[in-house]
Design a protein around this ligand. Structure first.
Ligand code: SF4
Ligand code: SF4
Length: 136
C-alpha cells in the first residue's frame, strides 16, 4: 500500500537522517513529493510511503515518538458537475459503482463514499472534468 503524509520539522529536527531511518528500520520505499525546508533545519516534507500497512504504521509511530509531527494526506476525486453533459463515459470506467446514471433524470450521480480513487474516471471523461484533490 502507499500512504502520503506531511512531515513537519521544528526545533532544527530537519537535519536528522529521517528518510534513511525509514528505509533502514522499516523497509519502506520513500518518495519525496514536496520539500519546503528552511535552512535545512525546520519545515515540511510531503512523503509517499510504500510498504505493507504494518511497516507504515510502525514508521508513523516511530516518527511521532521522535518528535516529528506526522499528518496523513488523503486523496479524493472531485469533478466539475456544472460542465458535465452526462455522457456516461466515466460510469463505464468506474469499477466501484461510485459513478452512475439512471432514472428519473439520467444525470451523473457521484457517491464519494464508494470511490476507491482508482483514477480511471480522469482519463475516461472526454471533457477532463475529474481531478485529484489532497486533503489532510
Ligand atoms: S476514481 Fe475510480 S472509483 Fe472513484 S469515481 Fe473515479 S473511476 Fe470511480
Ligand atoms: S465522462 Fe465526464 S461529461 Fe461524461 S458523464 Fe462523466 S463527468 Fe460527465
Amino acid at each position: 500500500m502507499t500512504k502520503k503524509v506531511v512531515i513537519t520539522f521544528s526545533d532544527g529536527s530537519a537535519s536528522r537522517p529521517l528518510i534513511y531511518e525509514l528505509i533502514k528500520k522499516f523497509d519502506i520505499m520513500v518518495s519525496i513529493i514536496k520539500a519546503d525546508i528552511d535552512g535545512g533545519r525546520n519545515g515540511k516534507l510531503v512523503l509517499e510511503l510504500d510498504s505493507d500497512s504494518e511497516h507504515i504504521r510502525q514508521a508513523i509511530d516511530f516518527m511521532q515518538t521522535s518528535g516529528v509531527d506526522v499528518t496523513p494526506l488523503e486523496k479524493k476525486i472531485s469533478y466539475d458537475d456544472s460542465k458535465c453533459v452526462s455522457c456516461g463515459a466515466c460510469t463505464s470506467a468506474c469499477p466501484s459503482g461510485a459513478l452512475s446514471i439512471g432514472a428519473p433524470d439520467w444525470k451523473l450521480r457521484f457517491q464519494p463514499d464508494k470511490c476507491v480513487v482508482c483514477k480511471l474516471c480522469i482519463t475516461a471523461c472526454p471533457l477532463k472534468l475529474f481531478h485529484i484533490e489532497f486533503a489532510d
